[in-house]
Design a protein around this ligand. Structure first.
Ligand code: UDP
Length: 236
């Protein structure tokens, strides 16, 4: 899988920054994720990162408890900015040059999203972390990841989660559930397989961007999957 990929986008769910003790952003866990990113960056890949916010705030759950949906979603987007800063901090502590760009401008916190500027950062070897999803309510950071992957002409979207791929049924509930090695975009959509939300999957399909689902919590797995050795599911 190595050869054709030069520029990749890593989507991190907010939950991968959580620790055992229920800390929304666990510094040790975040440092481990940063090491995985640094290892891949050191191999010469150009790296974009999109972070979620579900470890802190999810619009849909808050809306169910009475907060207006659009307001709740803006709160969720702000949560992704906190996660982006945490990932940036962890990367810079180990010497990786980064920039955070937010879809919601926040001048004293980070850069606004400017595609050409992000392009320049990548050329200079910086890891660009995109925050605040697409910048609009009623979307998710999965859609933000697919959109940025298309805009930045990424060769693949890597979805780093705490499971090792896509299964034909929930492996926690169905004994003998089978992990796909590869699966088509259309199968993911027709069978409603839990990969990313449907609009994100469709955007990747329409722009020929494969999605690689893998466990980022397993040490060395990000680099291994890129080298064609680790455990993952490729949606293509
Ligand atoms: N969100 C949004 N628009 C976006 C991206 C995110 O409204 O473009 C909000 C939404 O409320 C979502 C929350 O931000 O629940 C956190 O993002 P997400 O649930 O995608 O995070 P993840 O599940 O990846 O941790």
């Amino acid at each position: 899988m190595t050869a054709p990929f030069k520029r990749i986008l890593l989507k991190l769910s907010g939950e991968v920054l959580m620790g055992e003790g229920g800390l929304a952003i666990d510094p040790l866990v975040t440092a481990r994720v940063a090491e995985e990113i640094a290892g891949v960056r050191a191999q010469g890949y150009e790296l974009c990162v999109v972070v979620g916010g579900g470890n802190i705030f999810r619009g849909l759950s808050a809306a169910a408890k009475g907060i207006e949906r659009a307001t709740a979603d803006y709160m969720g987007m702000l949560a992704t900015v906190m996660n982006a800063l945490a990932v940036q901090n962890a990367l810079e502590q180990i010497g990786v040059d980064t920039r955070v760009q937010s879809a919601i401008p926040m001048a004293s916190v980070c850069e606004p999203f400017i595609r050409r500027r992000a392009e320049r950062h990548l050329e200079k070897g910086r890891v660009v972390i995109f925050a605040a999803g697409v910048g609009s309510p009623f979307f998710t950071t999965d859609s933000g990841a697919a959109l940025r992957a298309a805009e930045m002409k990424c060769d693949a979207l890597f979805k780093g989660t705490s499971v090792d791929g896509v299964y034909d049924a929930d492996p926690k509930k169905v004994p003998g559930a089978k992990r796909y090695q590869t699966v088509s975009f259309n199968r993911v959509l027709s069978d409603d397989l839990k990969v990313m939300d449907a609009s994100a999957v469709a955007l990747c399909r329409d722009n020929d961007i494969p999605i690689v689902v893998f466990n980022i919590r397993e040490h060395g797995n990000f680099a291994a999957v890129l080298a064609g050795e680790g455990v993952s599911t490729i949606v293509q």
